[in-house]
Design a protein. Structure first.
Length: 152
């Protein structure tokens, strides 16, 4: 999905100076099933009930696609494990009322209010947020794109 997103954007950019397009897509997987994003509040509740007290995987695919270059696409996938707390039904409803779960894979945002539902993250936290930063930096470096040095 990340590669498809990046390719779609790359096709829309007029050729000129070389450009790279970054695409990413995050999925929450429980027992081999993609949980997806909730369609509505009732679906969000079902997802959060299924995740409650359980461990699931968060997998983010990252792709870099060139525009106006002969470079090949670069892709990677990062997986993290997340253990959810045994939160109550009233906590689920209160969280859904915030609106935060509605455009989130797995119906929660670990970087927001949804962090209250998470007991533990094993692996890359930025992956669970939706973009594994160290992996993204490595892919971009293959294209000669480097971030600014840390100013600390």
């Amino acid at each position: 999905m990340a590669l498809a997103k990046a390719r779609a954007v790359a096709r829309s950019i007029p050729e000129g100076r070389p450009t790279a397009v970054l695409g990413a897509d995050t999925e929450v997987v429980l027992d081999g099933q993609l949980m997806g994003k909730p369609r509505d509040a009732a679906h969000a509740r079902l997802i959060l009930e299924a995740l409650r007290g359980r461990v699931h995987e968060v997998i983010t695919g990252v792709a870099v696609v060139g525009v106006g270059t002969a470079e090949k696409d670069a892709t990677a996938a990062v997986s993290s494990r997340v253990r959810m707390r045994g939160y109550s039904d009233s906590e689920i409803l209160a969280y859904i009322e915030t609106g935060e779960p509605m455009d989130k894979a797995g119906a929660y945002a670990v970087q927001g209010i949804g962090s209250r539902l998470v007991a533990e993250v094993e692996g890359c936290l930025s992956n669970v947020i939706g973009l594994p930063l160290s992996t993204t930096r490595r892919l971009l470096a293959r294209w000669g794109i480097h971030g600014r040095p840390d100013s600390r």
